[in-house]
Ligand binder design. Sequence first.
Ligand SMILES: [Cu+2]
Length: 77
Amino acid sequence: MGQVVGDAEGIVISVDVERGRVTLKHGAIQALGMPAMTMVFRAADSAMLANVKPGDAIRFKVVRAENHFTVTQLAPR
Ligand SMILES: [Cu+2]
């Protein structure tokens, strides 16, 4: 099963730097066929979570590989 990359906008709900997880309330991600929802993502690198906090409005890239969703880029918007 190949990788699929999607772009989306969201709001940070919570951040777990130690475990490299971020919970985002995101809009629809067309490339992944995913409707708007709140869910937990893996972070490709925990360091990318150091500068975000709950309530931040962000734009992000997410990669789906098998059944895992990993955020590979995260930026304020
Ligand atoms: Cu989702």
